[in-house]
Design a protein around this ligand. Structure first.
Ligand code: NAP
Length: 510
């Protein structure tokens, strides 16, 4: 699949893209289409796919229907089910990459270590694990769910058995007949638990906060449907459109009227009642916060699995891990052979932010630590000229397809690059005031959302309780706002201008 990893990097490239997941690949394809062929995509892994390449745990599947969780410009008539399993999504991404003819511009096994804006040369100086280069434009398509977060639990390093994160599944570990523990009950864990319960001798599921879980309406497509997807023009788009608008109906409940989520709450409670007979276990799996505050999960098998005799739900807090098991705060020690850590990802502390140094000589992480994570339209950041994010701050979704958001952001970047070329600009940087106004509006809207008012803590919020992860409006609004690059919101630096630094920026530099 991969292009030759040993191919040297060029000394300079116009657009340097970091990450070859859904976002990086979409940008590459659209750059090609736009005739902007001077680009390179660097990927630290050995294949395209990003999170879908990495998350190979048993039961991994997408909880957004595949008709929508796919590129609008590369529909896939061969989806086998309404909710595709991971392997099928990965094959789809690989096929799109191959058929689009962009892979010769991809470099695998290349990890970005440092990127510094050179104000004089007006370009990025980038150091990677395979050498250095410069680029006019840097695009971070690194995704929000790429850095596994290991829990800070006393003694976890001393554990003598096998231990691995859900996103780094050890397929050599045979769980058959073993005592297994899963820490976490998020989106990954509730897919893993029903699968490994089938082979493990005993399974302990460590729950810190109960998730809301509604039924999963997954089914295999019929032969007639698959025939129709291939041969009836527009049929797949019709499915896609119906799913899109169905999902969009969730927005008011998330954004400003949490009480509208009552049907989902009733569905979730019925799901518990259907899967679990024991009233005490029912009580322990019933969340105490508003539905939607954390991501709503979907499964038909999670609750019945918890009800099985060889599966225990442990709700006492973990005190420590010993070489042979887990001790909870009530003093109980449970012996474990294999420990699965399904504790999520570093989302609000993006690793790439520590590597990127802007115009003022500070890393993005340092600036964000001071001012809070913020970008303009989730794409650009004041102080960091010619840096674009795909899936940047406040572009995540709790209800629909991230591929839709990615395509919106890709359109914005492509239009920015077109503007730069046509207007002979060497640098674009969002004005501080525009960025502040954008984020003030976002945070004002956040106050009414279920994520902020629902009574839970989640990875959507940063350490100060600010939601810097999600988009609080309809996705079609985001698309409208990012349809075209808006030069009026930017400091524009024309080529060959002796003093490119605007007064406001000179002040900041002083
Ligand atoms: P997650 O949703 O962040 O869940 C992490 C789980 O680990 C939570 O239950 C959390 O409990 C628990 N946890 C964290 N630290 C802990 C500790 N020290 N001790 C005990 N428990 C701890 O992570 P994820 O399940 O990997 O999912 C992340 C995101 O990936 C999802 O929200 C979703 O966007 C995406 N995803 C999607 C799919 C899909 O499409 N099907 C599948 C997997 C993942 P608390 O709730 O108390 O924090």
């Amino acid at each position: 699949m991969t292009s030759a990893p040993s191919r040297p990097l060029p000394q300079h490239v116009h657009t340097f893209v970091v990450g070859a997941g859904f976002a990086g690949l979409a940008l590459a394809i659209k750059l090609d289409e736009a005739g902007e062929r001077n680009y390179l995509v660097a990927e630290r892994g050995d294949d395209v796919g990003g999170t879908w390449r990495d998350n190979t745990y048993p039961g991994a599947a997408c909880d957004v229907p595949s008709q929508l969780y796919s590129y609008s410009f590369a529909l896939n008539p061969t989806w086998s089910r309404s909710f595709s399993p991971q392997a099928e999504i990965q094959v789809y991404i690989q096929r799109v990459a191959r058929e689009s003819g962009v892979l010769d511009r991809f470099r695998f096994g290349v990890e970005v270590e440092h990127a510094q804006w050179d104000e004089e040369a007006r370009r990025w100086r980038i150091r990677t694990s395979r050498g250095s280069l410069t680029a006019d434009v840097l695009v971070a398509a690194t995704g929000a769910l790429s850095e596994p977060r290991l829990p800070d639990i006393d003694g976890i390093d001393s554990f003598g058995g096998e231990v691995f994160h859900s996103a780094q599944w050890d397929h050599d570990a045979d769980l058959t007949g073993k005592r297994v523990a899963v820490i976490g009950t998020g989106a990954s864990a509730i897919q893993i638990v029903p699968e490994i319960a089938q082979t493990a001798a005993h399974l302990d599921v460590y729950q810190r906060t109960a998730p809301w879980v509604i039924p999963r309406h997954d089914r295999a497509y019929t032969a007639l449907e698959r025939f129709g997807f291939r041969h009836i023009p527009g049929l797949q788009r019709l499915y896609r459109t119906a799913i899109y608008w169905g999902r969009e109906c969730y927005v008011p409940a998330f954004a400003f009227r949490p009480e509208l989520a009552l049907p989902a709450r009733l569905l979730a409670r019925a799901n518990i009642a259907r899967g679990i007979a024991d009233p005490e276990l029912r009580r322990r799996v019933t969340p105490s916060y508003a539905i939607g505050c954390k991501r709503i999960l979907i499964s038909n098998t999670y609750y019945p699995t918890l009800a099985q005799d060889h599966v225990d739900l442990v709700t006492d807090r973990i005190a420590k891990v010993t070489p042979s098991g887990i001790v909870t705060e009530d003093g109980t020690e449970r012996e474990v052979d294999v420990l699965v850590v399904a504790t999520g990802f570093n989302t609000t502390d993006m690793p790439i932010a520590h590597q990127v140094v802007g115009r003022r000589g500070t890393t993005l992480a340092q600036e964000w630590a001071e001012d809070g994570v913020a970008a303009y339209k989730g794409a650009t950041v004041h102080g960091f000229p010619n840096l674009f994010f795909l899936i940047g701050p406040n572009t995540g979704l709790g209800h629909s397809s991230m591929v839709f958001m990615i395509e919106s952001q890709v359109a914005y970047v492509i239009d920015a690059l077109r503007t730069m070329r046509e207007d002979d600009l060497v640098a674009v940087e969002p004005k501080r005031g525009e960025q502040e106004a954008w984020n003030a509006d976002l945070q004002r809207r956040m106050r009414r959302t279920v994520w902020n008012t629902g009574g839970c803590s989640s990875w959507y919020l940063d350490d100060h309780g600010r939601n810097v992860t999600l988009w609080p409006r309809a996705t079609f609004t985001f698309r409208r706002l990012t349809r075209a690059f808006d030069p009026g919101a930017y400091h524009l630096v024309p080529a060959h201008e002796p003093s490119p630094v605007p007064a406001e920026l000179q002040e900041l530099n002083a």
